[in-house]
Structure formats: C-alpha cells, structure tokens
Design a protein around this ligand. Structure first.
Ligand code: NAP
Length: 339
C-alpha cells in the first residue's frame, strides 16, 4: 500500500480543481485491505478514477485510492465468456481487451472515463447499453465490518445511473472486482440514432463489435470536451425521469422536448434540451462554464474552484426548475465535508 501525506488532489480529478486531503492510501492488492485504518464516512473518501467527482471542499481525513488490477477470462461456454476485472483497471482498456478476445457486450460503453470498480456504482450507460446488461456480480470489502461480500446482479439494485452502492449504502463497500458475462456471438445494439448515423456516415452496413467501439470513440471525442484541455466530469446532470402524467403535461407545453419511455410508467426527458432552452449552453461565470459543445457538461476553463463549479450547477438547477418545474439531479458525486 502506498501512503502519501497531505496529497494535492488536482491531478486526481478530471475537473482539475484544487483540493487536498490529510492522507492518501493507495491499495495495490487485496491484502492491503487488511491493514486499512477504520473508515469514517464523515471525514474519509473512496476515490476511483476521479472522473465522476467534484471536490467542493478539501477532504479532512483519508482518501482511499483503489488500484487493484487484473483481468481474466474465468469461464467460457459456446455463447458466453465470463470476465473478472480488478476495480483499479481502466474501463476503456478493459473494453478494448474484451473486444480483442472476441467478446462483445461492452462496445457501446467505449471511452467512458474511469475505472472498472466505479462502473457498477453509477450503472454506467451510453448509446442504449447499461452495465446492468452484462454485470453478473461484484466483490467488495465491507468497510464497516472489515469482511468480504459478494453481490449478485440482483443485490446491486442497478437502476438508471444508480445502484445500492451509490444511493442506499454509499461509502460502506469498497468494490474490489467485477464479474461480467459477455457474448461470444455478437448482436449489435444500434437503437441510438447518433450511433447508426456515425456508422452509415462511413458506409458501414454490418458493423463488427470493434467497428461500433471505434464509432463510439469518434462520437465521444467529437462531442465531449477533453478533460486534458478543459476539466470536466462528462454529463453533470442526469436526464430527469418523470411519470407519464407529469411528462404529458410537460410535453404539451414543450412539444420539442425529446423524451423516451424508460419503462411502462416512466419517461426520461432530455436534460440537455432543457438547459439549452434556458439559454445556458456556452454560459460562463469566471472559469466555470457550460460547455458550448454539450449542454450537459460543466467545464473548468482554467482555475475554477470546486465551489464555483457547484455554484454554477446550482444556478442551472434553479433556472431549469423555474422554467420547467423540474429539479435536475447531478450525476457526479459532490464531495462536501464540513472542514
Ligand atoms: P445523443 O445520442 O443525442 O443522446 C442525447 C440524450 O438523449 C442522451 O442523454 C440519451 O439518454 C438520450 N437518447 C438518445 N437516443 C435515445 C434512445 N433511442 N432511447 C433513449 N434515450 C435516448 O448524444 P449524447 O448526449 O452525446 O449521448 C450519447 C450517449 O453517451 C448517451 O447514452 C449518453 O448518456 C452518453 N454520455 C454519457 C456521459 C456521462 O458522463 N455519463 C456523457 C456524455 C454522453 P441516455 O443518457 O439515457 O443514454
């Protein structure tokens, strides 16, 4: 286990905001878990790849960084292969590795920043595929009991950008590895028009899983600001989920608002459209701004603080609420300790 005193966290978050912690412990293998000091959710924090977090304050206690690596095909049948990946594996490298081994299922989730261990927390999703489609189980260390626990797919309570690890029991379990059931026979998932258009733009009719992955990479590179040049954490707001009555009333007032059925009772409406409709796309307050490429992305144009970014996010929330009567929920974890 690596130990760093008073670490600067700027290079550990894709927003690139300044923050510090008392101590950083970097886990390199499962044995390191046995020597962890007691975890206090009131002052300590578990950090993944830093791509879905906003440090609005410093962290008074310890940051635990999980870098447990390893990826392996653990079982195969005619149709499927089961892959186990350490929580510290880079997500996109894992996706490409599975494709190289002739396994499909993750191609639509290419280039999502972050580490494999964070994928179930948020039930990452893109281009019509969610991790839920392939996640079989999660192994975790219970920080409150210092013991191992394995969660089945069902136990993870995966929902739209949500899971038990994010909402019901945040900060209790440190995910150490995930197990995925991937396909050996490829079925393309092309429900999203943007992806179909990208493939037909380059004249691909029957795309392979690798070609879909490449297309998703190009789309994301084109549409999303690069955190290396302007700090961001991808989409800052989730698309609001409304019940059918609520959404009908809203769509009657705003017929242009894109909306999709999530299940029989609920509709998912476009948060990006609402923000753009409020005239906020490209808006800037100091170095905190809304991307002019994608209205869901808040960017750090240089030296914005986490607090300034949070202030801008709250402004977006209140403007959208005043206009549409809808409260947008942030997607990244907002880290705010009373320091
Ligand atoms: P897009 O394809 O135009 O999608 C815009 C929004 O419309 C997305 O939020 C998406 O919802 C929704 N959408 C589009 N087609 C849909 C369909 N057939 N059925 C249901 N919902 C549909 O462009 P985009 O904004 O660049 O997003 C592309 C994909 O990348 C999306 O899946 C998006 O979530 C994902 N993405 C994720 C992040 C992140 O940081 N988490 C950042 C950027 C993009 P969903 O969000 O539910 O997919």
């Amino acid at each position: 286990m690596k130990v760093s005193k008073k670490p600067a966290l700027k290079s550990f978050n894709t927003f690139g905001v300044e923050a510090s912690a008392g101590l950083m412990l970097t886990l390199e293998n499962e044995e390191d878990l046995l020597s962890l000091p007691p975890f206090d959710p009131g002052s300590d924090f578990i950090l993944g790849g830093g791509s879905n977090v906003l440090f609005a304050t410093d962290i008074p206690g310890t940051v635990i960084q999980n870098r447990i690596s390893g990826r392996e095909i653990v079982k195969t049948t005619d149709q499927h292969a089961w892959v186990e990946a350490g929580a510290g594996e880079n997500w996109h490298e894992l996706v490409r590795w599975t494709l190289k081994h002739g396994l499909s299922g993750l191609e639509n989730l290419s280039l999502i920043p972050g580490l494999a261990g964070a994928a179930p927390i948020q039930n990452i999703g893109a281009y019509g595929v969610e991790l839920a489609a392939v996640l079989e189980s999660v192994a975790a260390w219970d920080l409150s009991r210092s013991s191992w626990k394995t969660f089945s797919h069902q136990d993870c309570a995966l929902a739209y950008r949500d899971s038990r690890f994010k909402t019901a029991e945040p900060d209790r379990f440190l995910i150490t590895s995930i197990r995925l059931r991937l396909d050996r026979r490829f079925t393309p998932q092309l429900e999203y028009a943007g992806l179909r258009e990208e493939l037909s733009r380059i004249n691909i009719r029957q795309a392979t899983a690798l070609e879909i992955s490449d297309a998703v990479v190009r789309l994301r590179q084109r549409k999303l600001p690069n955190p290396a040049t302007s700090g961001n954490a991808g989409s800052f707001f989730k698309n609001p989920v409304l019940d059918r009555d609520e959404s009908q009333a809203l769509l009657a007032r705003y017929p242009g608002l894109p909306a999709w059925p999530l299940n029989e009772e609920t509709i998912k409406a476009s948060a990006a459209w609402m923000i753009e409709h409020c005239g906020l796309k490209g808006h800037r307050t100091g170095d905190a701004g809304i991307s002019d490429r994608h209205a869901l992305v808040i960017v750090n144009h240089g030296s914005a603080t986490g607090g300034e970014i949070l202030q801008l996010a709250r402004k977006v929330q209140s403007t959208v609420h005043d206009t549409f009567g809808i409260t947008l929920e942030p997607e990244p974890r907002i880290v705010e300790f009373s320091v």
